[in-house]
Design a protein around this ligand. Structure first.
Ligand code: C5J
Length: 222
């Protein structure tokens, strides 16, 4: 057994490459490119785009180290039958399923629903389509991870306080150890970014560890 470790807070996280996966959460055009869902909600997408380069670095190293890499996409069926009606209208406005500059917002198959070219999956990397914020909710992610013998997750993507931390909480309850590189996750709200990361590692890693892209790359090279 080859145990290595990642530098992290609140303490280093031991891991084995063969039981570690990189999970790239929702790096979709709708969230990180101008004209998508994120911007339709009134957000400045430049704040989440800062995660792209660090994610590229971690993704390249994970591929080199032979880690299982899984990508997720948030989105719905074209008829929105899998979208709770309560989510369709928020604050008197409708976003999900309406037409945006990149097609129907958060609808599978639209341009905005696609993953950004910088972090596009390569052959053999599963893409998990999720109808909710958490990547385990109504998906086969747990099954894929269990069948591959995965115990540790490196979780990157957007947005930190919504889909990333929802997924980390779900993963923690299912027995996975999660490490989140702080520069590989992004939020439209700097104060939420900071608070979400602080919550993960609080109370002796209450639901995970926080690190950064350099520490992950160093750990993988180890
Ligand atoms: C949101 C996500 N923020 N991927 N989705 O609605 O974080």
């Amino acid at each position: 057994m080859v145990k290595k470790e990642f530098r992290a807070e609140p303490f280093p996280l031991a891991y084995e490459a063969k039981s570690t996966a990189l999970v790239m959460i929702d790096m979709q055009r709708d969230f990180v490119e101008p004209g998508g869902f994120g911007e339709a909600l009134g957000n400045d997408v430049s704040l989440v785009r800062s995660a792209i380069k660090p994610c590229e670095k971690v993704l390249a190293e994970a591929r080199k180290a032979g880690l299982l890499v899984i990508h997720t996409r948030e989105g719905h069926r074209a008829d929105l039958a899998d979208c709770p009606p309560a989510k369709l209208t928020r604050g008197g406005k409708t976003f999900i399923g309406t037409n945006g500059p990149m097609g129907r917002i958060l609808v599978r198959g639209s341009k905005g629903h696609d993953l950004i070219p910088e972090l596009y999956p390569i052959a053999g990397e599963p893409v998990v389509d999720k109808p909710g914020k958490g990547a385990f909710y109504q998906t086969d992610l747990h099954l894929l991870l269990q069948n591959a013998g995965i115990k540790t997750l490196i979780v990157c993507g957007v947005t930190t306080e919504v889909c990333v931390t929802t997924t980390v909480r779900e993963a923690n309850d299912r027995g996975y150890e999660c490490i989140v590189p702080s520069d590989c996750v992004g939020s439209y709200f700097p104060e939420f970014q900071q608070a979400a990361l602080a919550m993960i590692k609080a109370q002796g890693a209450i639901f995970g560890w926080v690190s950064d892209s350099n520490a992950i790359v160093e750990g993988l090279k180890g």
